[in-house]
Write a protein that binds this ligand. Structure first.
Ligand code: P1T
Length: 379
């Protein structure tokens, strides 16, 4: 089946008792058992809930994995995946991933004996050089948030496979519509469903999709044991969002391409980070590995004052954290998503005080460009 057909139907047969076309919100904590030890497959909603199951099955199909598991947030999904490791294990992680990931690794999981090295994963050689005898996981975000660096997933997977290291890919920025990391050799894909999968900025959630049954069984055990599950209402909203994922992603990408083109010739913008631009350092790789460039980009205004002037002047673009919704969001990574980093780390990665991030929505693109034009006049 094609992607949109799967997005609309996979895991979502009409409700057997009523014929309802839409999977109901099973807003229940528990399930009556027919007799001791005999039930219909559901015992308690932390362990399993039919609305959540529909989303988990749907995501497993869209990412081409064995199983999907849905969590209370993207960070909860990432946390659960990281707890598949043991004290003494070493992780290699993308330098410049979403700030919440290093915050979790350095300020929480380090206390439990997990050690992490950060490298520029757009170079497979850097990944290889960072491996240690106790490296058990490579965590790659591609494209990165917010600088849009692209990692060569097939090249990194060739390295991790050889050493039997788990390759985990955060596919939040592109969604399975534009990038399918498991097909390129990754073992686990994670998402913040808060973003493109939900698509309407009305829920927080996360999902992990696992290529192998034994990994899925382990993560399912952790999901039930630790309990950071997605609730049925949120699962229902994500299922609804996914039905239009393909059309939304196409429009996000088309709008972003037009906005990136506009910004890259603007005299007040010194640099635009968007993999769809020929000037992007991994443009050729992006074209090969991804089937679209997505809706995310960043641009350089030169100083904190310039960034603030633009962010305070926009009218249509909404100033706020998050991304991937139908509405355009604009943000300041240095003080928002990457506030956790030390200034020297931000500088090393390239997250300057003048950097502005855009999550380009699906409004009429002329209106978005008009808004950015009048906002850039504030510089
Ligand atoms: O916010 P949450 O659903 O927990 O997802 C965390 C997360 C994971 N991975 C990536 C690539 C992300 O961008 C995020 C969250 N990001 C934002 C809130 C943001 O504004 O960038």
């Amino acid at each position: 089946m094609g992607f949109s057909t799967d997005a609309i139907h996979a895991g979502q047969e009409p409700d057997p008792s009523t014929g309802a076309v839409v999977v109901p919100i099973y807003q229940t904590s528990t399930y009556a058992q027919e007799e001791l030890g005999k039930h219909k497959g559901y015992e308690y909603s932390r362990t399993g809930n039919p609305t959540r199951t529909a989303l988990e099955r749907n995501m497993a199909v869209l990412e081409g994995g064995h199983s999907g598991l849905a969590f209370a947030s993207g960070m909860a999904a990432i946390h659960a995946v990281l707890t598949m490791l043991k004290s003494g294990d070493h992780i290699v992680c993308t330098d410049g991933a979403y700030g919440g990931v290093p915050r979790l690794l350095d300020a929480v999981l380090k206390n439990f004996g997990l050690d992490c090295s950060y490298v520029d994963t757009s170079s497979a050689d850097r990944v290889r050089e960072a491996l240690r005898p106790n490296t058990r996981m490579v965590f790659v975000e591609t494209p990165t948030n917010p600088l849009m660096a692209v990692a060569d997933l097939a090249a990194v997977a060739a390295i991790t496979r050889q050493r039997k290291i788990q390759l985990v890919v955060d596919n939040t920025f592109l969604s399975p519509y534009f990038q399918r990391p498991l097909e390129l050799g990754a073992d686990i894909v994670v998402h913040s469903t808060t973003k493109y999968l939900n698509g309407h900025s009305d829920g927080v959630g996360g999902v992990a999709v696992l290529a192998r049954e034994e990994d899925a069984a382990r993560l399912q055990f952790i999901q039930n044991a630790a309990g950071a599950v997605m609730g049925p209402m949120d699962a229902w909203l994500v299922l609804r969002g996914i039905k239009t994922l393909a059309v939304r992603m196409r429009q996000h990408s088309a709008n972003a391409m037009a906005v990136a083109g506009y910004l890259s010739q603007h005299p007040k913008v010194s640099k635009v980070y968007y993999p769809g631009l020929a000037a992007h350092p991994q443009h050729a790789l992006a074209k090969k590995q991804m089937s679209g460039f997505g809706g995310m980009m960043s641009f350089e205004t030169g100083s904190f004052e310039n960034a603030r002037a633009v962010l305070n002047r926009v009218r249509l673009c909404l100033l706020g954290e998050s991304l991937g919704g139908v509405e355009t969001l604009i943000s300041h990574p240095a003080t928002m998503t990457h506030a956790y980093f030390q200034e020297e780390d931000r500088q090393r990665i390239g997250i300057t005080q003048g950097l502005v991030r855009l999550s380009v929505g699906i409004e009429d693109v002329e209106d978005l460009i008009g808004d950015l034009k009048q906002a850039l006049e504030a510089i």
